[in-house]
Design a protein around this ligand. Sequence first.
Ligand SMILES: Cc1cc2nc3c(=O)[nH]c(=O)nc-3n(C[C@H](O)[C@H](O)[C@H](O)COP(=O)(O)O)c2cc1C
Length: 238
Amino acid sequence: MACYVFNSYRRLIHKGYLPKSLMAATGSSIPPGQTVKAAARKHNRGMKLLIFAGSTRLASFNRKLAQVAAGLARTSGAEVTHIELADFDIPMYNADLETQGTPADVMKLKQLMFEHPGWIICSPEYNGSYTALLKNTIDWVSSPVKADPAWQDGFKSFSGKVVGMLSASPGALGGLRSQSHLVPLLLNAQCWVAPKAFALGHAGEAFDADGQLVSEAHRKNVQAVIDQVLFASRRLHA
Ligand SMILES: Cc1cc2nc3c(=O)[nH]c(=O)nc-3n(C[C@H](O)[C@H](O)[C@H](O)COP(=O)(O)O)c2cc1C
């Protein structure tokens, strides 16, 4: 049993799900009988992960995917903050409006994003790109608050964040093109984008009545993105 746990743990390290720094400690750091999942959970404990979707639609596939990701990340030991953008009262960006003061909910979101070293974004695809909701949210959050010395750097909330990309669409490509447009924007805002990403195609058939992913393969793909975000954000924000 101990040997099985040891080898599984090494496999996870080899795949990049757990840091190599644990390699030297394998055998001694896992108490006999502790499972790989328990070891990973312990390792991720306290890692703050922010999750949100770029849709406010009631039956949104991306909101469902965010819910699934939040559950998997919690099981992995992360401290998850799962937000709904609908809960933030943010108008369409307008510089004239901004001169009257940055909306309170934009300030709230700036702080929330700043406090989380890792993010998962579930991005719908509209016309081969990401949604206006995501763009508007990012534009507001990245805009410097001239009157507040603490927020004069517009990229303060973005800089150094590790972002994992998920998307879902009823189409075959699963919203992949929204990711390809969103990634350059995130890189421009000084984020690190996880190399692993997942696009859930045929999303209309992918969830059961409880909002869980039907396919184990899909769950594993989401988990792989989460693992990579937690791994990298732990490394970058140690
Ligand atoms: C204006 C608009 C444009 C769309 N363009 C695309 C597209 O380019 N590719 C695609 O796969 N789906 C496209 N769709 C369909 C969306 O993927 C679908 O509505 C999806 O359910 C939206 O995400 P949500 O379920 O998270 O709200 C589009 C939908 C709308 C309303």
